[in-house]
Design a protein around this ligand. Structure first.
Ligand code: OAD
Length: 233
């Protein structure tokens, strides 16, 4: 089976009703990234940071995968698929994708602020219980924090994601502005000349690469077109 790798960003979930970050009316127009999504923000005002992610979680709970997510998952019938996502939602998993690497954490989890990777203190949220309360502590006595990679923190899954990209036969990029590193760099780990498909209504930094096929559509319509293209191959 060919190895098919998806690299997805906020545009993948836009049609599920979750805001992107940098489009007009995106999350970073409504909130200062420095206040809610950096390591310093966590140290200086953890309750504000927790409230921001509690709200993101509340929105996610009522969101459903869109057709794009379902079509990505269905390709597992014909390809060895890995989804590398910058998204912290779980809509790929809800649609049935079985091999998802989250680069920027997972919204439905909280963790110890002493050691984010110590799974003994991970909390898995549910639709009924999804908030970190004011000054709530993790099992190790440190403050409970969102299981999110804040700006200024290392991206623990980047090595695994880079290995997957190195082995890709086909890369599909959906709904990311490719401005946040190291995620944006992953494209350059693929073997020279493999086909790269980009699904995004807007032009991206990569749009003029020679082996790139740009489908200028949203995630659902774009995935329909890509599925047809793959069926014809
Ligand atoms: P951005 O908001 O930067 O980019 C969203 C992209 O999705 C843009 O290129 C849009 O044109 C595109 N888009 C919008 N609607 C779409 C649709 N319906 N279908 C397909 N594409 C659509 O979001 P990301 O690139 O994901 O990190 O941002 C990367 C990281 O920056 C995020 O993971 C987050 C943020 O700060 C952290 O919080 C650590």
């Amino acid at each position: 089976m060919k190895k098919l790798v998806f690299l997805t960003g906020a545009g993948m979930s836009a049609e599920s009703g979750l805001s992107t970050f940098r489009d007009s009316d995106g999350l970073w127009e409504q909130h200062r990234v420095e206040d809610v999504a950096t390591h310093e923000a966590w140290l200086n005002n953890r309750n504000l940071v927790n409230r921001f992610y509690n709200e993101r979680r509340r929105q996610l709970i009522s969101a459903k995968p869109n057709e794009g997510h379902w079509l990505v998952a269905q390709l597992e019938q014909h390809y060895d698929v890995t989804v590398i996502t910058q998204n912290v939602d779980n809509l790929h998993e809800q649609a049935g994708s079985t091999n998802v690497i989250h680069l920027h954490g997972e919204l439905m989890k909280a963790c110890s602020s002493r050691d984010v990777d110590d799974t003994r203190y991970h909390v898995q949220f549910t639709p009924e219980h999804y908030e970190v309360k004011e000054d709530e502590k993790a099992g190790d006595g440190s403050y409970l924090r969102p299981y999110i990679v804040f700006f200024g923190e290392a991206v623990p899954n980047i090595g695994r994601a880079a290995d997957v990209c190195t082995q890709a036969d086909i890369l599909v990029i959906i709904g990311t502005s490719l401005v946040v590193y190291p995620a944006a760099q992953l494209v350059y780990y693929t073997q020279k000349g493999i086909p790269i498909y980009l699904i995004d209504p807007k032009d991206e930094p990569l749009a003029h690469a020679p082996n790139l096929h740009h489908i200028r559509k949203g995630a659902s319509e774009g995935m329909k077109e890509l599925t047809l293209l793959f069926n014809e191959m």
